[in-house]
Ligand binder design. Structure first.
Ligand code: KG4
Length: 339
């Protein structure tokens, strides 16, 4: 009999529902919240309210697109955390109520695990290349920069992580200093495509092991900009493509230096990337170059899986379902948690 999983994601500012049947994606509906743009960042209370408005129509749309009735569902998987508590509670409560009313199992999913396991989502008519265990995954987002050793779908070890800012956070902050919009990542990416990545040099961290640090880069960017602006008040306007390209290149170098080190240390050539920053074209290109130069077998997610989405929650739910790894109705949401 087929296994059909409804996935629900509401950890931050995207309300999403997806349906996966036997590992194949049938639908993935995402409703993003434009309300935060005016504030330059996500406002938790507004996010929670928007999730409440969106959750029912988004789930309805996901089932409709998938051509699946709620009675056909095998289980409901939901993001338990990490994320904003007010946002998480909407998805968690909805999922629990929905599963209970249908008398089917509920499955809790760690959002970070979901990002990593998005590489196992299959789509009809596609190549569906999947990493083999053990593989390394660079998880880079607004809140995380980690190198993860993935031994199986439910056994992951963090080999290194940021000791201060995450890569996405550093990019967003530098972009804010330049007076660009929010979030800065996609804007920097677009500008960087037209600029010279070697135009400027910013400081890189010297940290032992496989950990990252991005706060020094942020300070170096800020101080350099301050000096240049003293000489030319229109410096940013005149040089923004080169600034973006150089900033992006520095972040990519920092990320890839440690990833190469991890690949060498653990003798692994199956290498994946995940999370919001994995949408970055400079980083994606660097992965392709590393594949060529070092014989890596690289896994770069579709753009739709780089941002928050329920497809990754549904695939994780599917894998847990096969092991009958269900949760009980009294399981709370958690705002902070590691893998
Ligand atoms: O995983 P994600 O959607 O959620 C959070 O962790 O919040 O990641 C969001 C981060 C933001 O910092 C955003 O600026 C960054 O991912 N991002 C990008 C790009 N698209 C999103 N950074 C660089 N280039 C991009 N194209």
């Amino acid at each position: 009999m087929s296994v059909i999983i409804l996935g629900i994601e509401s950890s931050c500012d995207d309300t999403s529902a997806a349906v996966i049947k036997d590992g194949y994606l049938l639908s993935n509906v995402v409703s993003s919240q434009a309300v935060h743009e005016a504030y330059g960042g996500v406002v938790p209370e507004l996010a929670s309210r928007a999730h409440q408005q969106n959750i029912v129509p988004v789930v309805h749309e996901a089932l409709k697109k998938a051509g699946v009735t709620k009675e056909e569902l095998s289980a409901v998987a939901f993001t338990r955390g990490p994320g904003l508590m007010g946002s998480l509670l909407v998805g968690v409560s909805f999922a629990k109520g929905f599963a209970r009313s249908l008398d089917i199992p509920m499955i809790d999913v760690n959002h970070l695990t979901g990002h990593v396991l998005a590489h196992f989502i299959k789509a009809e008519g596609e190549e569906n290349k999947q990493p083999e265990y053990p593989f390394l995954c660079l998880l880079v987002s607004g809140g995380n920069s980690q190198i993860i050793l993935v031994k199986s779908y439910n056994d992951m070890e963090i080999l290194g992580q940021t000791i201060d800012d995450a890569a996405g956070e550093a990019i967003d902050k530098c972009s804010k200093v330049m007076g660009l919009g929010y979030p800065g990542g996609p804007i920097i990416d677009k500008l960087a495509r037209q600029g010279n990545p070697k135009a400027y040099t910013f400081s890189k961290p010297h940290i032992a092991g496989l950990d990252y640090s991005f706060s020094g880069l942020k300070t170096s960017f800020l101080y350099s900009l301050r000096d240049w602006l003293k000489e030319d008040p229109d410096f940013i306007e005149h040089h923004k493509v080169d600034l973006a390209a150089s900033l992006e290149a520095t972040v990519v170098d920092i990320l890839m230096d440690k990833l190469r080190k991890a690949a060498k240390e653990y003798k692994i050539k199956e290498i994946a990337v995940a999370g919001g920053v994995s949408a970055n074209n400079g980083l994606r290109n660097s992965f392709r170059e590393h594949a060529e130069k070092y014989g890596w077998n690289v896994f770069i997610p579709k753009f739709s899986y780089t941002t928050d989405n329920a497809a990754m929650i549904a695939i994780t739910g599917y894998l847990k379902y096969l092991d009958k790894d269900f949760c009980s109705i009294d399981l709370p949401a958690y705002s902070r948690v590691t893998l």
